[in-house]
Ligand binder design. Structure first.
Ligand code: GLA
Length: 697
């Protein structure tokens, strides 16, 4: 668009930005983020850039900047805070050049005190990816207080409402929706991980969006360590969202010649309500994030809730036989197989089979698993160590710690410092060794505590970089493992869904969504998860009833239908399931496999209801098939809804049910499909799966 304005244009949207002023106070502004405009019209939004009223107290232009700095006449939330030699805190940038490559633009700005700032913009499907590179070209070290990946302006509307997820252990991704308050609304993690408490994304609409209608702006951060996202709604009315890695407190040292690259912050504008926003995020995940998006995920069995720490060869072989008989394709041995790990007090760090429990190593078990036609997987927690372990006795300095301070344990464990090269080499050594020795197909990579006393004594001034370097170290180990073992698949787990984000999903295949396996609780968790992340990355198990965590009794079919909405797994104690239950499970596993590509790779429509609370339904469509999973946790069926209206079908095509009944797509979308689960009064927890095939049109 010229030498002072640029546009990132997707199929349906445009993000237009440019220089408001060159010279000493260069500002790179967002001029427009809305529906795609004809190319020749893009300049019009620059010509009509927002004008704002200034005063001696107030210069509101920074709300429009791609990276508002702390410095000069700016009093909003800074995305970049730097302290130079001598305590100087005003960042003063001059535009240097625009480097335009195929699909990427870097705008380079320089502070005469020696800082080079690169603002990067790239289009990936419907998403605009942005990140920042900093290089210290000066003679002195600088200290960075905040380096966000970018700030986004939400266009002027009559109102602003946000949607996000928050939660806790066993209660992840609970949906929150409310008017955005005037002031600064911050979501953050200070745990060193993405965290259970919040997930690094926000959606904003004008207060008028529904599941199916309306314009929605989303911002998400692709990062698995601590983070902060702030939405500011200024008293004058403007709204901007800035997000980046790190949390308030730690500051980062950048020596002369050093650079720092932020993770990408992702912006997405969609029309078609929250549903369309989610589908666009799922497309992005498939085409730009997940390493194996189009592979079918196997039905897995995981032994955790069946045995807890009581893991031994014989018991695992027995479970494996029963799992294989149900049609399970991947058998995963959870915690308790290694070192002296008979409870959570010891053993983390000692990654060899426990000789009392597996006197022949793991070969006998995994050979049997393979003979039974299943793949083999193992639980590991590579970032952790119990003080009661050989590893800790040998390397007490490998953990996060400050000399002379306590080393607080949580779940009796300490965090290994993945910023250290020796720790990463050790991890790659034994993880890769296990894969080679046992021909492993799968790791469940767990991470079961937050950071405390996060010191790195050898790193001197750079110690706080730990908050970044640990996450990067984990990424590097995962990347190396995948490179060395291309067939290896990895599940990300952090006490359930404590580390779910587009950073970890770049190098893992699915996520253990929550330790809470109660089907009803799980429905709300799955709904929140589905806002950004696709079903092929949402692992879900059927476990026992009453549920070990909540004591709630839920029928087997309901438990299955909830888990079948993602990557189906089984995690119950199969030695205690009755013959009828095993029979029913076998046929539900087969039913899942028959529709698996539709669920795992299909387009999701959250059709109706408040999942787990009222009658609800979700739909997946893929190629010529449509799957509807419908639930009714309560017996009462006196009031509507009785029918579910489907979505996203071809109105003129005919769709046929398994029983041979046919409907026009339009009928299914306008009049709906009658669901016995919804309209016939019966016991609590009824559910059903409807499969339709497009037969013409
Ligand atoms: C975490 C995981 C569980 C299980 C246990 C094992 O809590 O989320 O699924 O693996 O660790 O200790």
């Amino acid at each position: 668009m010229g030498d002072s304005a640029w546009a990132a244009v997707t199929q349906s949207s445009a993000f237009v930005f440019g220089l408001e002023a060159a010279g000493e106070d260069s500002r790179v502004m967002q001029w427009y983020w809305g529906p795609r405009l004809p190319d020749e019209a893009l300049a019009e939004v620059v010509r009509q850039a927002p004008r704002r009223i200034h005063s001696g107290f107030h210069d509101p232009r920074d709300v429009d900047e791609l990276l508002p700095v702390e410095g000069g006449a700016r009093w909003g939330v800074p995305s970049l805070q730097v302290t130079y030699e001598g305590g100087v805190r005003s960042v003063e940038l001059t535009f240097a050049e625009a480097v335009v490559a195929d699909s990427e633009i870097e705008l380079v700005l320089r502070d005469p005190l020696g800082l080079r700032v690169g603002l990067h913009v790239r289009v990936a499907s419907e998403v605009v990816e942005r990140w920042v590179s900093l290089t210290n070209e000066g003679e002195h070290a600088v200290r960075l207080g905040r380096v966000d990946s970018g700030s986004w302006v939400i266009p002027e509307r009559a109102g602003y409402r946000y949607t996000g997820v928050a939660g806790a252990w066993a209660q992840e991704t609970q949906l929150h929706r409310a008017e955005l308050a005037v002031g600064e609304t911050t979501f953050t993690s200070r745990t060193g991980t993405t965290s259970h408490r919040a997930n690094p994304w926000i959606m904003i609409d004008a207060g008028d969006a529904t599941e199916e209608l309306g314009e929605v702006w989303s911002v998400a951060l692709a990062w698995s360590g601590s983070w902060r996202l702030t939405a500011q709604r200024r008293p004058e009315g403007d709204v901007a969202v800035t997000a980046g890695f790190g949390h308030d407190g730690p500051t980062w040292h950048l020596a002369p010649g050093e650079s720092l690259l932020t993770p990408p912050v992702l912006g997405l504008r969609t029309c078609g309500g929250y549903g369309a926003a989610s589908r666009a995020w799922h497309d992005y995940a498939r085409h730009h994030v997940l390493p194996t998006p189009f592979e079918e995920r196997p039905v897995l069995y995981n032994s955790w809730e069946a045995t807890w720490f009581d893991v031994h060869e014989e018991g695992q072989i027995e479970l494996a036989r029963r799992a294989a008989d149900l049609g399970v394709e991947l058998f995963v041995v959870d915690d308790g197989w290694f070192g002296g790990r008979v409870d959570d007090r010891r053993g983390l760090g000692d990654w060899w089979p426990n000789p009392d429990r597996f006197p022949r190593g793991l070969s006998k078990l995994f050979d049997t698993v393979r003979e039974l036609g299943m793949r083999a997987g193992l639980w590991v927690e590579p970032e952790m160590v119990n003080p009661d372990s050989d590893l800790y006795r040998e390397h007490p300095d490998w953990v996060l710690h400050y000399p002379g301070r306590r080393r607080d344990t949580l779940r009796h464990q300490l965090v290994l410092n993945y910023g250290r090269a020796d720790v990463r080499e050790w991890a790659i050594g034994w993880l890769s060794g296990l894969v080679s020795e046992y021909g492993l197909d799968y790791f469940k990579w767990d991470m079961n505590r937050s950071f405390t006393q996060a010191g790195w004594p050898d790193a001197g001034e750079r110690a706080d970089l730990l908050w970044i370097e640990h996450t990067r170290g984990v990424y590097a180990v995962l990347d190396t493992l995948r490179e060395r073992h291309p067939g290896l698949r990895i599940e990300s787990c952090s006490g359930g869904g404590g580390r779910v984000d587009f950073g970890i999903l770049r190098r893992t295949d699915e996520v253990w969504t929550s330790d809470n396996t109660d089907a009803r609780d799980r429905q709300a968790i799955q709904e929140g998860y589905s806002y950004l992340y696709p079903a092929c990355a949402m692992s879900a198990w059927v476990t026992d009833s009453p549920n070990p965590h909540t004591r709630r009794e839920v029928p087997l079919a309901y438990r299955f239908h909830v888990a079948m909405a993602g990557v189906l797994g089984i995690g119950g104690d199969l030695t205690r399931w009755s013959a009828e239950e095993l029979e029913q499970a076998r046929s539900l596993v087969a039913a899942y496999k028959a529709v698996r590509p539709v669920i795992q790779h299909g387009r999701l429509h959250r059709l109706a209801g408040d999942p787990g609370v009222t009658a609800s339904a979700v739909q997946y469509s893929h190629e010529d098939r449509v799957v509807v999973l419908a639930y009714n946790p309560f017996a009462l069926a006196k009031r509507p809804p009785r029918r579910v209206r489907l979505a996203g079908l071809d109105p003129s095509a005919l769709y046929e049910s398994a029983e041979g009944e046919r409907w026009h797509g339009q009928t299914l979308m306008s009049h709906g499909l009658e669901l016995p689960t919804w309209f016939i009064t019966g016991p609590d927890y009824r559910s059903e799966m409807v499969v339709l095939r497009r037969v013409s049109g």
